[in-house]
Design a protein around this ligand. Structure first.
Ligand code: URC
Length: 219
């Protein structure tokens, strides 16, 4: 997909003297073959979640910039999440918690400083890293003291593992599951009933770039 976007971008810049640069965005629709009892359906597909996209900038006199991304990846952990250690002042009402549900929809964009051996493989690796860091090991998981902390660690691990990536941005809304606690009508919260809400929520974001970065060097 990235290779095609670069080709398309170069086409406009090379073909038309009046064009100095072009920007191409492609978003993949993750259609997956449908399975019935483990058998792949002959012609049936369903739309999956977590789309791969790319944003390419081709210019007559500047190096090509290639960024890839992932959007719409919904994830949730039922435990091993809290929110603590944040700044408190006279206006802070929120109590710290060490036990809650953590749910979000990951949006991430990363930019390359050199060409990976395969853009699709790099995408799959980044996706896997983001999920692995978010969830932790299957049995024990990993404790998250905040979305901020987890999101930073997710981005950091991508930069550690993929030297061809120069920078990564992550945006993760904090989609609350509010404990239902109504003692006056005899319903006491016992880590059992939650109210899922989409609003209001904070959107937690981070942008991580390698030291001595070179504004997406030549590809
Ligand atoms: O992980 C969190 N980060 C926040 O910034 C925040 N704000 C909030 O109300 N709950 C949380 N949780």
């Amino acid at each position: 997909m990235e290779e095609f976007a670069i080709l398309l971008g170069e086409h406009f810049v090379k073909t038309y003297p009046q064009v100095t640069g072009s920007e191409i965005t492609i978003i993949e629709k993750p259609w997956e073959p449908y399975r019935i009892n483990g058998k792949i359906h002959h012609h049936g597909f369903k739309l999956g979640k977590g789309s791969h996209f790319c944003e390419i900038q081709v210019s007559k006199n500047k190096p090509t910039v290639v960024c890839s991304g992932l959007e719409g990846l919904s994830v949730l952990k039922t435990t091993q999440s809290g929110f603590e250690g944040f700044v408190r002042d006279n206006y802070t009402l929120l109590p710290e918690v060490r036990e809650r549900i953590l749910a979000t929809e990951v949006l991430s964009v990363w930019c390359y400083k050199s060409k990976p051996s395969c853009y699709n493989k790099a995408f799959e690796t980044v996706k896997q890293i983001l999920l692995d860091v978010f969830f932790g090991p299957p049995d024990a998981g990993v404790y998250s003291p905040s979305v901020q902390n987890t999101l930073y660690l997710m981005g950091e691990r991508v930069l550690q593992r993929l030297p061809e990536i120069e920078s990564i941005k992550l945006s993760m809304p904090n989609l609350h599951f509010i404990p239902v606690n109504m003692p006056k009508v005899g319903v006491e919260f016992n880590h059992d009933v939650y109210l899922p809400t989409d609003e209001p929520h904070g959107t937690i974001e981070a942008s991580l770039t390698r030291k001595n970065w070179s504004r997406h060097s030549k590809l």
